[in-house]
Design a protein around this ligand. Structure first.
Ligand code: PLP
Length: 425
């Protein structure tokens, strides 16, 4: 199975003779053993197996294995949400007194997580612009820096991360690069091939793709040499007393240490696992991800081109447009397309944007993206409504900004809907 398309359909699960063709949903909280000794081996991490679905479940592991193959990683785990995935990916290697370097152009939920909640836990952060200079990037690192974070295509700013550059800076400082690949998906970009060490997803978005199940995923590339930087990563490189003193990086090696620790410690203690039913729904989405992404991108491109040429539109951000600020980076990292999300400004500012959206018939107003059905959002009157126009502009989300997530409908119908709504402005 070499191609992403085939992995989407068949990765992670190969049934034996007479076994179910579709992945079984193991709807069980617990698992039965014949002897306490058998179970003891699981608790010592001496044997592989399941004992309680708060930590691991076979359905989840089947789907996680597919996503690991899609991203070209060595191990993966599903989480209850994308928020949980990013938190656990960071918290697995950062604790009180540590520091993170993060791109400033990231999802608002992740920004809050890092800037507010993780600071309360004593984990500091320095945000850098995705297009900062080499000097600014290097100056952001401190002695206690433990990770670099960014998004392949940022939600909602649609900036494209120069993954190779951020990976080189992270590695020069002896720390891993964590990339949230939600918007691109492994169909359009595989960050590990460009140097990322850990990849995260909100599987709620394109991977599910049908607005059915909230979920997340963490994939380890298996490429980061924790032991070479043992002093920075005591959690992976010194004995875990809660598991009889095992050293994750020694016992599970580069390929398995990160995900084993995240499962054994963080899932055990925080319990934010994805429900097996959700994992099943996620897998249904993954089976068509490669087919859907192509259409999302075609529709995104068609809508972006239409808007760009429309006299009532002030500006359009879509990296597939020649002349877009991120077009060159997109050609390097996203040669087959980026995603279906387009952001643009309606001339006339806040009121014009609101009038336009009110008249859309196919595109529904939602705080969601990456759904089969086209949806749109006016951040200034919803997610960011507490901000003044000045604050909105400073945050890169001007009062005129509309974010439209192009679904899987016919592009001509979407464009006709946009055109009639713009006539009302
Ligand atoms: C939505 C989103 C998240 C958060 O995921 P949830 O599944 O909603 O918790 C994280 N990162 C990106 C890029 C997102 O778009």
């Amino acid at each position: 199975m070499k191609h992403v398309d085939t992995i989407c359909v068949q990765g992670g699960y190969t049934p034996g003779n007479g076994e179910p063709r579709q992945i079984p949903i193991v709807q069980s909280t617990t698992f039965k053993y014949n002897t306490s000794e058998d179970m003891g081996k699981l608790f010592d991490l001496e044997a592989n197996g399941y004992f309680y679905t708060r930590l691991q479940n076979p359905t989840n592991d089947t789907v996680a294995a597919k996503i690991a193959q899609l991203e070209g990683g060595t191990a993966a785990m599903l989480t209850s949400s994308g928020q949980a995935a990013n938190f656990m990916a960071l918290f697995n290697i950062c604790s009180c007194g540590d520091h993170i370097v993060s791109s400033a152009s990231i999802y608002g939920g992740t920004f809050n997580l890092i800037d507010v909640t993780m600071r309360k836990m004593g984990i500091d952060v320095t945000f850098v612009a995705p297009d900062c200079t080499e000097e600014e990037l290097n100056a952001a690192f401190q002695k206690n820096t433990k990770a670099v974070f960014g998004e392949t295509i940022a939600n909602p700013a649609l900036t494209v991360l120069d993954i190779e550059r951020f990976a080189a800076a992270a590695h020069a400082h002896g720390v891993p690069l964590i990339v949230d690949n939600t918007f691109a998906t492994p169909v359009n970009c595989r960050p590990i091939e460009w140097g990322a060490d850990i990849v995260t997803h909100s599987t709620t978005k394109y991977m599910d793709g049908h607005g059915a199940a909230v979920g997340g995923c963490i994939v380890d590339s298996g490429k980061f040499d924790w032991m070479a930087h043992a002093e920075k990563f005591p959690g992976l490189c010194t004995p875990d007393e809660s598991y009889h003193g095992i050293v994750y990086a020694e016992k599970f090696g580069q390929a398995g240490a990160f995900i084993t620790k995240a499962t054994a410690q963080l899932m055990r203690d925080l319990g934010c696992i994805q429900a097996p039913q959700h994992a099943f729904l996620l897998n249904l989405g993954l089976e068509s991800l490669h087919v859907r992404m192509k259409r999302h991108c075609e529709n995104g491109q068609a809508v972006a081109e239409f808007l760009k040429a429309h006299p009532k539109i002030a500006w359009v951000t879509y990296c597939g447009l020649p002349g877009d600020r991120y077009h060159a980076l997109a050609q390097k990292y996203l040669p087959n397309g980026s995603c279906g999300v387009v952001s643009f400004g309606v001339k006339g500012g806040r009121t014009a944007a609101e009038t336009f959206m009110k008249h859309l018939k196919l595109a529904a107003i939602e705080t969601h993206v990456a759904d089969a059905r086209t949806c749109c959002l006016h951040p200034a009157s919803s997610t960011h409504r507490q901000m003044t126009d000045e604050q909105l502009i400073a945050a890169g989300v001007g009062p005129d900004l509309v974010r439209m997530s192009c679904g899987l409908e016919n592009a001509a119908d979407l464009i006709a809907d946009i055109a009639q709504a713009l006539e009302q402005v």
